[in-house]
Design a protein around this ligand. Sequence first.
Ligand code: ATP
Length: 236
Amino acid sequence: MIELKNLSARYGRVGVLREVDLHVAPGEVVALLGANGAGKTTLLHSVAGVHRAVTGAVLLDGDDVTALDAARRTRRGISLVPAGRQVFAELTVEQNLQVGLHGTRLSAAEQSKRFEQVLSMFPVLRDFASRPAGLLSGGQQQMLAIARALVRQPAYLLLDEPSLGLAPQIVEQILGVLETLTESGVGVLLAEQNAGAALGVSQRGVIVENGVIVRADSSDGLLNDPEVSNHYLGVE
Ligand code: ATP
């Protein structure tokens, strides 16, 4: 389980997250909702160890990992897929996946097995295995960014706005993969401005406003709350 305890984060003197308590258990998807600038990215980065200016604690399966840097947390099973699908445009799809395995020292057979597993989740990538990632569509690049994180077989996946700029059908396809992941016990923290899509695939959700968690409930509870739908789901 990932647990955030009384976590606060700042940039220089500016506080961005305040006293956040949150947990993600194995096999569940937790949606992290909030407007632009609410602090979702900072929260994910604080969990991943990318952002270090924090007080409070990040626990991983009961161990305090707050002092560990991002590389060490990745080795402990936390993988971040940053916003903006940061794939290596010049590298092929397969080379991007190899980058995901950097530092793991797996046998060639195990590598192929891992590639096979992620490509079966995103079959379209298989067809483009030797194509430079920069030539893929936005949706395919997002799939690749997620696949690159998944080849490490993380225990926890942190996704930052995977739906941004993508057509609803592609979003559905990408978020649909989370079900397969959670069935195998992966815990997912999904930061999204697209609350409807995120609550559709999550079991629980929290809403962040100005760095504070102002609401935490089951995803159904949030979806059926008129105040939440007015603010975050748009008027239908
Ligand atoms: P977005 O959807 O735009 O990424 P967010 O909810 O993820 O929004 P954050 O990116 O975590 O929000 O930003 C939270 C606050 O911290 C914002 O007010 C932002 O301007 C500020 N901020 C983010 N990065 C920095 C930085 N490197 N230096 C200073 N302030 C920052």
